[in-house]
Design a protein around this ligand. Structure first.
Ligand SMILES: Cc1cc2nc3c(=O)[nH]c(=O)nc-3n(C[C@H](O)[C@H](O)[C@H](O)COP(=O)(O)OP(=O)(O)OC[C@H]3O[C@@H](n4cnc5c(N)ncnc54)[C@H](O)[C@@H]3O)c2cc1C
Length: 433
C-alpha cells in the first residue's frame, strides 16, 4: 500500500537550494523594482537564469526533449511553492506565467515549424508571450460566448476582436489568441487558437489597464495587463495552433497544470505572510502582554496553519491525481483547490496585515501589495463561483433522488426496515420481557 508524504532526498536538496536562492537573490529585487526598467531587470535576471539552467531547474514544466526536466506536477508543485514567495522568482526559473502555460500549449499543439519558430526561443528566454482570451464585452467565466472571431481567407485567416487583461502583452513578442472560427459548431468546438506576432498590422496594444495590484498608469512592464484591438489582422495558415475548433481542448490542457502551480505559488505567498504574522506576535505588546498571548491572535495563527496545511495537501493531491491518472481525472480536485486556495491566501494575508495595524496597511510592509495580489486570485483562471459550481455539479452526478423522494436517512423509514431485518431478534427480546 503506497501512501507516502515524503520528498526524495535528492529533490529535497534541490528544493533547499531553491529556498536559499530565492531568498538571497530574488527577494532583494523587490524593494527596488519600481526604479528599474525592463532592460535593467533583464540584466539582473541574466546571471540568475544561467545559474538555474546550470542546476537543471530551467523550464521544469516541460518534457526533456523540449529542454525541460519532465518533473510531473507533484515536483513542480513543490517547486512553485518556493517560487511563489516572490512575484519575481518564476522569471528566473523559466516558468513565468503566461510564458509557462503558453510553452505547454505550443509543446502540446504546435507543429514542428511552430515549435522551432516560437517555442524554442520562448524556452531560451529570447521571446516573451501573452495569452489573449478575455474580452471586455463578454463574460470571461463563460468563454463559449467569445466575440473575437477569425474568418477563413484563402489559405489563411482574418482576425477581428477586442481583448483585455492579456497579461504581459505589452512586453510580448507574440500573443496566443482565442477566436471563434466555427460559429455553427457545438459551443466547446467553436474556438481556435492563433499565434499572432504583436507587430502584425491590425494589432494595437491600446493600453495596460491599471488595476488594484498596479493602480498607477504604466505601460510595458512585466505583470501588466493589456487591452488589445485586433482589426482585420491577416494571418497565414501557419498561425493556427492545432486543429480549427480545438481551442477549448488545448486551453483545458493549459489551465489544469497552471491552476495547480498558481495554488502552490499562493502557498508560498501565504507562508511569507504567515511568518510575518508570527514574528509580529512575538514582540508587539498591548494591554500588558505580547500579541501572541491574546487568544484571537492564537486563533489566527492556528487557523492559518490549518488552512495552509489543508490547501497544501489538497493541491499536492490534485497534482498526484494529474500525474497518475491524467488531467481529466483531476478536474474536480483542481476546481476544489482553485477556490479553496484563493480563500486561504486571502485569509492568511488579511490576518498578517491586521496584526501589523497601520504598519501593515502602509507600503513600509509588503502586506498591502500581497493583499491586492491576493484579491485577483479569486478571478483569474476562473472565478470562485464557477469552480464551486463545477465541483458541486461533479459531486451531484454521484447522487440520485431517493425512491418516492423520502430521504435515505429518514429515521422512521429506516426503523421500519430495521424492524423487518431484525424481526426474529426483536421478537425474542419481546418474548423474554
Ligand atoms: C490579474 C489578472 C490576470 C489575468 N490574466 C489574463 C490573461 O493573461 N489572459 C486572459 O485572457 N485573461 C486574463 N484575466 C482575465 C480572467 O481570466 C477573467 O477576469 C476571468 O475569467 C473572469 O472573467 P470576467 O472578468 O469577464 O468576469 P465575468 O465573466 O463577467 O464574471 C463576473 C463575476 O460574475 C460571477 N459569476 C460568473 N459566473 C458565475 C456563475 N456560474 N455563478 C455565479 N456567479 C458567477 C462571478 O462573481 C464573477 O467574478 C486576468 C484577470 C486578472 C484579474
Amino acid at each position: 500500500m503506497a501512501w507516502d508524504f515524503s520528498t526524495e532526498p535528492e529533490f529535497e536538496e534541490q528544493l533547499e537550494w531553491m529556498r536559499a536562492f530565492v531568498r538571497e537573490e530574488i527577494w532583494p529585487i523587490e524593494p527596488v523594482v519600481a526604479d528599474l526598467d525592463q532592460a535593467a531587470l533583464d540584466r539582473i535576471y541574466a546571471p540568475l537564469q544561467e545559474e538555474v539552467k546550470r542546476r537543471g531547474l530551467w523550464a521544469a514544466h516541460l518534457p526533456p526533449d523540449l529542454g525541460g526536466q519532465g518533473f510531473g506536477q507533484v515536483k513542480l508543485g513543490l517547486m512553485h511553492e518556493i517560487l511563489g514567495s516572490s512575484p519575481f522568482a518564476p522569471n528566473a526559473f523559466g516558468n513565468q506565467a503566461p510564458d509557462s502555460g503558453n510553452s505547454e500549449v505550443l509543446a502540446l499543439a504546435g507543429s514542428d515549424e511552430q515549435k522551432e519558430r516560437w517555442l524554442h526561443p520562448l524556452l531560451a528566454g529570447d521571446l516573451k508571450s501573452a495569452f489573449s482570451m478575455t474580452e471586455p464585452e463578454s463574460a470571461g467565466s463563460d468563454p463559449t460566448d467569445l466575440r473575437t472571431h477569425a474568418e477563413r481567407d484563402g489559405e489563411g485567416w482574418v482576425l477581428n476582436g477586442h481583448k483585455w487583461f492579456s497579461s504581459n502583452a505589452s512586453i510580448a513578442d507574440f500573443l496566443i489568441v482565442m477566436a471563434v472560427t466555427e460559429p455553427d459548431a457545438r459551443p466547446h468546438q467553436r474556438a481556435s487558437m492563433f499565434i499572432v506576432p504583436v507587430d502584425t498590422p491590425g494589432v494595437t496594444i491600446v493600453r495596460d489597464v491599471p488595476t488594484m495590484e498596479h493602480p498607477a498608469e504604466s505601460f510595458g512592464k512585466l505583470g501588466n495587463h493589456a487591452e488589445i484591438l485586433y482589426e482585420d489582422v491577416h494571418l497565414g495558415p501557419e498561425a493556427l495552433l492545432g486543429e480549427a475548433g480545438a481551442g477549448f481542448l488545448i486551453a483545458q490542457h493549459r489551465l489544469g497544470p497552471g491552476r495547480i502551480h498558481h495554488c502552490m505559488r499562493w502557498l508560498g505567498v501565504s507562508r511569507r505572510a504567515f511568518d510575518m504574522l508570527c514574528e509580529r506576535a512575538t514582540y508587539r505588546r498591548a494591554q500588558g502582554s505580547v500579541l501572541g498571548d491574546k487568544q484571537t491572535v492564537q486563533n489566527w495563527i492556528a487557523d492559518s496553519a490549518a488552512q495552509m496545511q489543508a490547501a497544501r495537501l489538497m493541491t499536492l493531491h490534485a497534482a498526484w491525481v494529474m500525474d497518475t491518472q491524467g488531467a481529466s481525472a483531476a478536474r474536480k480536485e483542481i476546481s476544489l483547490i482553485k477556490f479553496y486556495g484563493a480563500g486561504v491566501l486571502h485569509d492568511v494575508v488579511d490576518r498578517a496585515l491586521q496584526i501589523h495595524g497601520a504598519l501593515g496597511y502602509s507600503t513600509d510592509m509588503p502586506l498591502e501589495a500581497m493583499y491586492r495580489y491576493a484579491r485577483a486570485a479569486r478571478f483569474y483562471d476562473g472565478p470562485d463561483e464557477v469552480h464551486r459550481q463545477s465541483v458541486a455539479r461533479q459531486i451531484l452526478r454521484g447522487y440520485e433522488p431517493p425512491p418516492d423522494e423520502v430521504p435515505s436517512e429518514h429515521v422512521p423509514t429506516r426503523r421500519e426496515a430495521s424492524r423487518r431485518k431484525f424481526a426474529d431478534l426483536l421478537e425474542a427480546v419481546t418474548a423474554n420481557d
